[in-house]
Design a protein around this ligand. Structure first.
Ligand SMILES: O=P(O)(O)OC[C@H]1O[C@H](O[C@H]2O[C@H](CO)[C@@H](O)[C@H](O)[C@H]2O)[C@H](O)[C@@H](O)[C@@H]1O
Length: 386
């Protein structure tokens, strides 16, 4: 597989021939149509009385279907025989699915044969990839053994975490200094000072991380912060009577969790989000696993973040010999899989225990298999197979 050849980023543009002081600037395509236009301040949001009209909106726009299919359903507790039969069917379906998305563990040797002589760059999603999905997002801790595996693999290959969570929050979970972090679905990238993110260009600033380390920050949507704050506050208010609904402020993105909401009330959650979005035309909706996420309408996602980190970070600027491996479980990870697939470069690995369509090229069943894969990478590197 040809890694990062024919690379062209629609987002980062180089302003000078490459040298150590090469700088980044944002291509105008990235910026929202009216980057400087004022947004409507302090819109007071209420759910209109004519709920039926909104409900129709929610149904016709396909939101409810998308919400239902956003996460594998929990196994139903029927009688044991039919449950076993269902399980057999599910296993068969999974095996068939794996013909198209082979296990990255089983295909490990094959993947590594392609990586021989090249530099691997590793990209990891957090929730559902490094930590199992749990009901309370505040308690999605990764295990110490997973942390140790990530620490070891990061010593062998440049490693980045690309998450929908805010960068600070995902750092609190992962707690490893030696990684790149891209929070808010890639809209908040932090790299060490040695990387080539440059200051004095749109969105690039020098900063100091909590531990006092010098870092570069790349935040293409920083102007949206007040708007996201406002939307977050409005949605907290709007959803406060919906039992189980939970708002999460992910800095450049507001997330409305409905995992713990009774399915009969999902309409109400969707209505709150839909009525809010109508007042903020510069924001858009994306679906995650039992979560609706509101984020800036700009040409930036996990795929662009992956491209940016490869191009300008970790000394990987001569990308031709870099082979990116991206591991993720969520719909938003599909943006990164797409970048790899379209560029015919590297490997997208989908983490899923149920069959689903994906742009990934192989699969892993769950975070435990992800950990096995990371350990295999370390063993491979240490065996000098490069
Ligand atoms: O890009 P990721 O790192 O995968 O983050 C995506 C979202 O993950 C979190 O929500 C998901 O995991 C929770 C904990 O297991 C689960 O309760 C929730 O239902 C899932 O959607 C996180 O809370 C979100 O903010 C992220 O956007």
């Amino acid at each position: 597989m040809d890694p990062i050849s024919n690379h062209s980023s629609p987002v980062f543009t180089e302003t000078a021939p490459f040298n150590k002081s090469r700088s980044l600037c944002l291509h105008s395509k990235v910026l929202p149509r009216s980057a400087t236009a004022a947004y409507s301040p302090s819109l007071y949001l209420t759910i209109p009385r004519k709920k039926t009209i909104l409900l129709d909106d929610v149904r016709s726009s396909g939101w409810l279907d998308a919400m239902k299919s956003s996460s594998p359903p929990a196994r139903m507790n029927k009688d044991i025989n039919s449950d076993l039969k269902n399980q057999d069917d599910l296993d068969d379906a999974y095996q068939t699915w794996m013909l198209k998305y082979p296990s990255a563990l089983i295909s490990f040797e094959q993947i590594m044969t392609c990586a021989k002589g090249k530099r691997i760059a590793l990209f990891l999603d957090y929730d559902g990839t490094l930590s199992p999905i749990v009901d309370n997002p505040d308690l999605a801790f990764m295990s110490d053994t997973m942390r140790a595996a990530v620490r070891k693999v990061a010593k062998c290959f440049p490693t980045a975490i690309i998450s929908g969570r805010s960068r600070d929050k995902v750092f609190e979970f992962v707690k490893l200094n030696e990684l790149y972090y891209a929070g808010s679905h890639g809209m908040d990238i932090m790299g060490p000072r040695r990387c080539n993110f440059s200051s004095n260009r749109t969105g690039c600033v020098q900063s100091t991380h909590k531990q006092g380390k010098g870092v570069y920050l790349f935040q293409p949507t920083s102007e949206f912060l007040p708007m996201i704050d406002e939307v977050y506050r409005s949605l907290v208010e709007l959803t406060k009577d919906i039992e189980g609904a939970k708002l999460e402020h992910n800095k450049f993105c507001a997330s409305v969790h409905y995992r713990n909401v009774d399915e009969k009330n999902w309409n109400a959650v969707a209505q709150c989000v839909q009525v809010t979005l109508k007042n903020y035309p510069r924001l858009r909706l994306t679906h995650g696993r039992k979560v609706l996420e509101i984020r800036p309408k700009i040409n930036w996602d996990k795929g662009k973040a992956l491209t940016g980190i490869i191009m300008f970070a970790a000394g990987l600027n001569n990308c031709k010999d870099v082979i990116p491996i991206y591991i993720g479980d969520d719909r938003t990870d599909e943006d990164a899989f797409k970048v790899l697939k379209e560029g015919n470069r590297g490997y997208g690995i989908l983490v899923s225990s149920t069959p689903k369509e994906s742009g990934a090229s192989c699969s892993l069943r769950d975070p435990l298999e992800v950990m096995e894969f990371l350990k295999s990478l370390v063993i491979w590197k240490k065996s000098g197979s490069l």
